[in-house]
Design a protein around this ligand. Structure first.
Ligand code: XMP
Length: 511
């Protein structure tokens, strides 16, 4: 029987990070809703539970809670932050509101060096982020660690129930992985050994049983996420999947040919390339507002998918390469209260009455995990190391109305950015680099002539998962070549600027 750890999600931005850390330790992990019933959990054959943090307070009425019968299942349990407070409150301890939030680095002193803190120093640096805290541990629990202000960890070794007030899953808790490891292996008795190869096996089995004898269409953008999704489906169901590459006209120069070559020659699969350039442009006519653009592009994609599904004789499922960060920024992962930053087209733009059932096999993963998965599936490095390219493409890199003329200018400018930036030694460490067409004109002089033309911004960022980013300190000579080539070679541009903003507070794309 496969070993599963379940993370009960109480609306934390970090729930997925917890799952990821557990996977990194070689234990399969799934995120489930916090109100899952004891029966459902039992049916999953869960080996251990982790209760995530969350923005609510157990002192509020109607706070998210869990089925109390879960405590009777005898499962090892680790509550993190809100999770610890909930355990405290549900088992008869006392939780109180702190005077103000405690946020950021803290040092905790270990009172009990065995179990959760086995093999760790007496004092640990941790990351705190909470408003409430447990002031009296429930009966049967002892304090395992403290700060001058709070009980930092508590546990009942007999029942194998533990709580930590800090966040072991974030990098700012340097020994966090060891604490999780102690919980999983010493306390919960997990065996470990899970790898991405297992993920493939499990996904293949799941896809086959979901799809049965039906047909799946898979939106293929040529980016890493959708390519890995298509490869996974291809492995699972072969020709029952049609990968649809939509030429929406918002692509980088040369992209269609690259994709055709990749998926007919290098990694052949059932590929269908649809030219829908006019349809996208027509629907974008007159739209300026970024969210409206995203919605329009998302809707046109769906229309194209409907058309193609019909053409190939029907499809019950639509597969997409949605990743975890796409979900968390478009809406909360499991209906929790995190804010919408941008509606990524493959998440936020879907119609309510979508005629397909969705298959999103990567939705619990981060980008770097997807690359590992792709490697495991045998996709070429050239594809796996491609920079991410947003679904709405140049639609969100042309500020203002998207027109044929603007698209031509941006494609030409972007091509020069790509060509020149590749000469930079640090290119392979760049997360994304691209051109953006600004909706302003500026005055210039070319020869003896006055010009009044477009401004192009260059964006190049370092990032690990797209959630945060910093601008790349590109050498001046690289910037100079990009600028001079664009201004000299691209008609309609007389000024180039470099974007030096980080995310947050900016975002990577301009729209
Ligand atoms: P932002 O601009 O939100 O971008 O900082 C974070 C990462 O997500 C990509 N991105 C998208 N990808 N559909 C996608 O498939 C979208 O609508 C979308 N919007 C942004 C962006 O390129 C960056 O890598």
């Amino acid at each position: 029987m496969r070993e599963i750890v379940a993370v009960l999600d109480f609306g934390s931005q970090y729930a997925q990070l917890i799952a990821r850390r557990i996977r990194e330790l070689g234990v399969y992990c799934e995120i489930v809703m916090h109100d899952i019933s004891a029966e459902e959990l039992g049916a999953m054959h869960t080996k251990a539970l982790v209760l995530s943090g969350g923005p609510a307070s157990v002192l509020e009425e109607n706070h998210p809670d869990m089925d109390p019968r879960i405590f009777e299942m005898g499962l090892p349990m680790l509550g993190i932050c809100y999770g610890m407070q909930l355990i405290g409150a549900m088992l008869g301890g006392t939780v109180e509101s702190a005077h103000g939030r405690e946020y950021g680095p803290a040092a905790i002193d270990i009172d009990s060096p065995s179990g959760l803190f086995e093999g760790l120093p007496k004092r640990l640096d941790v990351w705190m982020s909470h408003g409430d805290h447990v002031t009296k541990a429930p009966k049967g629990f002892t304090t395992l660690a403290h700060t001058p202000q709070v009980i930092a960890a508590m546990g009942d070794a007999d029942r194998r129930i533990y709580g930590v007030q800090f966040h072991p899953e974030v990098v700012h808790t340097p020994k966090g992985a060891e604490i999780l490891k102690n919980f999983l292996f010493s306390i919960a008795g997990c065996a470990g050994g899970w790898t991405m190869a297992n993920f493939i096996e499990e996904s293949v089995a799941r896809i086959r049983s979901t799809v049965g004898t039906d047909h799946v269409i898979c939106g293929l953008s040529g980016g890493v996420d959708s390519s890995v999704t298509a490869a996974l489906l291809h492995k699972a169901i072969g020709s029952q999947m049609t990968a649809i590459f939509v030429d929406n006209g918002l692509l980088r120069a040369g992209e269609v040919d690259e994709i055709r070559h990749m998926f007919t020659q290098e990694y052949p699969l059932n590929l269908d390339i649809v030219n829908a350039r006019e349809q996208f442009l027509f629907n974008l006519k007159g739209i300026i507002e970024p969210e409206a653009k995203r919605k329009s592009i998302g809707k046109t994609y769906i229309d194209v998918f409907y058309g193609e599904a019909e053409r190939i004789g029907g499809a019950k499922f639509l597969a997409q390469g949605t990743l975890y960060p796409d979900i968390i920024e478009s809406r909360s992962a499991k209906g929790g209260p995190s804010a919408t930053i941008k509606s990524h087209h493959n998440v936020g733009g879907l119609p309510k009455d979508l005629k397909f059932e969705l298959i999103e096999p990567l939705k619990e993963l981060f980008k770097d995990e997807v690359r590992v998965l792709g490697r495991e599936l045998g996709l070429p490095e050239s594809l796996l190391n491609r920079q991410p390219f947003p679904g709405p493409g140049m639609g969100v890199r042309i500020l203002g109305e998207v027109t044929k003329e603007n698209l031509a200018i941006l494609q030409e400018a972007d091509k020069r950015v790509q060509e020149e930036i590749r000469t930079y030694d640090g290119y392979k460490d760049i997360w994304q680099s691209f051109a953006v067409l600004l909706p302003v004109k500026s005055v210039g002089v070319m020869g003896d002539e006055r010009t009044y033309a477009n401004v192009v911004a260059i964006r190049a960022v370092h990032s690990v998962d797209g959630m945060t980013a910093d601008w790349v300190k590109l050498p001046y000579d690289v910037l100079a070549r990009i600028s001079s080539r664009i201004i000299n070679e691209v008609k309609g541009v007389n000024r180039v600027v470099y974007d030096i903003s980080s995310k947050p507070p900016s975002t990577i794309e301009w729209e």
